[in-house]
Structure formats: structure tokens, C-alpha cells
Design a protein around this ligand. Sequence first.
Ligand SMILES: [Zn+2]
Length: 445
Amino acid sequence: MNPMQTVDLRIDAPWIVPVEPAGVLAGHAILVDAGAIVAIVPAGVADASFAARETRVLGSHVLIPGLVNAHTHSAMALMRGIADDVPLKPWLEQHVWPCEGRFVSPEFVYDGTLLGSAEMLQGGVTCCNDMYFYPDAAARAYEDAGLRALVGMPVLDFPTPYAADADDYLAKGLAARDAFKHADRLAFALAPHAPYTVSDATWAKIVMFARQVDLPIQTHLAETRDEVASERASSGGTPLARLDRLGATGPGFIAIHAVHVDAADIAALAAQGCHVVHCPASNMKLASGIAPVGALLAAGVNVALGTDGAASNNRLDVFAEMRLASLLAKVAGDDAAAVPAAVALRMATLNGARALGMDDRIGSLVPGKQADVVAVDLSGVATQPVFDALSHLVFAAGRECVTDVWIGGVRMVADRRLTSIDQGALLARTRAWQHKLAAQQPPTR
Ligand SMILES: [Zn+2]
């Protein structure tokens, strides 16, 4: 008989949805050692083969991989609810940019990113893709929160309190990246805001850096009809066609939104191995439109899910995005079979990890990957009875059902309590920002 293998942690639950392979495992246990998944086996096999230093038995839960929020501006959590019921252009020009111009600082970004991280952790998000000013302050907050993140280095062609011009944005972003080389839960990406806010000359520099330093590029793309119309008027083609011509597309290119992409764009995204981040709640709230998710998936494009920032959502809730992505694809495609629960969960986990270039380490529960695990309690009246735990994850449960979250085998949420963040102190700082912002904000109605 083989000797028992000793591991750090064993988690038992009635259901496990590993994403790879597809389907639901009943009565299994996850074995974790040194932060990584060692095995996922029936409980009886675990009893016979493994001795765990710590065991958690969750009697009414489904275990899933940590959710990946593939597009957000975490620090904008401090602007939650600042301007509702306005379309993208006035929302940016009359509300968000003036507020940012006045208040955004390293302190604002640190506190806002910590607030966003706390919300995401409690909602089962273990990794996010961020894009905001002062990425060094955001990286510090992610490091303190213990969240994984792809931190965007923002680039714009106009000055903000953060940087004077495109070269200054790039220099500051690369310096932030250098300062966090030690942080194994963080990676960095070039984050030009959008084709319409960044010139061809700056895009050319971004492409050069992406190739030299091997960095992904993420950008908002074809978010509104107006954006595509003005691009067609100025360059004669779509925003994607312009970026394609400038050499920006490829397997390291993350297109955020992609609401108004045409058939040629979709074919190009697929041919180049690009990734799309679908943000259904933000697109609905700003009345931007409905991304052609069915056509993108059918073409073989890797489609992930994102919340966008809390100023346009207003929640960093990937459970809500899974449900909306499925429902919206069904009604938009006149097809009740579009984006079933398993596909929505895959978009929120493995597809997100692939988009961020992290699928070798996270995105599914398989031996060898990091133990980023979320426990979702299905014992409440709103999630009973349970015929299909996978269906419940997308159509019945919500982030309020998340009780425990592990990242790299470390328990970051324990019985709904954050272990890495002092929630009382965070809420006190948030209230202080609320008073400052409220004194300056123009009314929206
Ligand atoms: Zn965004």
C-alpha cells in the first residue's frame, strides 16, 4: 500500500465544477499543497491517500475556480453611483473626467482599488484586469488585498494630473511595472484608453514596447456606434482595422467591449487570436448596444467577461455578468440555447485567464494550477432545491452566496469575512472620499 501523502489543505463539498473538464463532480475533495492543487478525487480516495494539515468540510456548497473580472477600473469604486442614466459621451465628458481631474491621486487610486478589491473578493473574484491612472498605487492595493491582477499601464494623448503626454504615461507605466517585478500575483499590460483617444503615432510606440518587452495590449474597442462612425469618417475603416494596420492585434491583444464590430472585424479577431471582454451590464446601462457574443464565440474568438468600472455598472459582480451574458445572448440571438450556464461560467473563469495570459496557472480547477477556489453556498431558500449546481451558479445564485475564497491556497474570505483587509478602516476612508466628491459633483437630474 502506498504511504499517505501529506498536504496543506483538503476541501470537501457536495459539488465541484472544475470547468476543465466540463461538468459537475459529486462528493469529491480538492487537495492543496504549497498553494497549488494536488488532486481532485472522490472523498473516499482522499481518505485513503491523503493526510491534510487542515480540512474544511462544506456541507451545502459548490466549489468553482476563482472568477476572473477581465475588465475593470477598480479605483472607480469610489465613483459608484456618481452619474446614472446618461450615455457614454456626456457621462465621460461632464461627470467622470471632471471628477477625475479634480480628485484622482495616488491616495484616491489606492483607496478605490482596495474598495474594489474588497467587493470583488467577497463576490468570488480572485483575479482582475485593471486599467486606471497611478497603476503603482493600484498595484500596491492589489498586493495588500492579495488579489491577482493584470495591471494596465494607461496611455492617453491628453494631459491629466497623472501624466503630461503619451511618453510620460508610458514612462510612468513601465516604472510601475519595474517596481512590482517581485509581486508574483501581479502582471502588467499596456492600456491605451481607446482608438479615439490615442493617435497613430502613440499606437506605434505602444506596439513597439509590446514587442520589445513582451506585454499584452488592452483597449476599449468599438464600444459605441458613434465611435465606429467617426472612425469611418476619419480613416475610412473600423477602429479594429486601424489597429490591425498599426500592428496592435495578435494573441496579446485584449479588445474590451467590441459591441459594434462587423463581420470582417470578427473574422480578423479570430484570425489574429485576439481576446474580447464582454461587459454586458455596462453596455446595457450606457445604452451602448449588445455585443455579438454568439457570432464571436462561433468564430472561435476567446470571449471573457468584465464588469467595467463601478461608475458605469454599478457593481463589480461577475455572477451578475454571467447571468446577463447568458440572458442577453439568448434574447439578442432569438435562441434560448445561446450561452448556456457552462459557457457563461467558462467565460468568467478559464476564458478570462486565457485573455490575461494566465491560463497556465489559473482559470480552472486542475492539478498543477494555483488553488484559487470559491465556495458558493446553495443551502438558502433562493437556491433550493438543487437539480443542477452548474445551472444554479448562473441562473439562481449570486455573489451573496459566496462564503469562502482561497487564492493560492490562502483563505482570503473566511465565512464572508475579509482576512487581508480591515473592512472598518476601509469604509471610514470611503466615507471621507464620499464627502469630498459629493461637494463637487454636478447634479445629473
Ligand atoms: Zn472600461
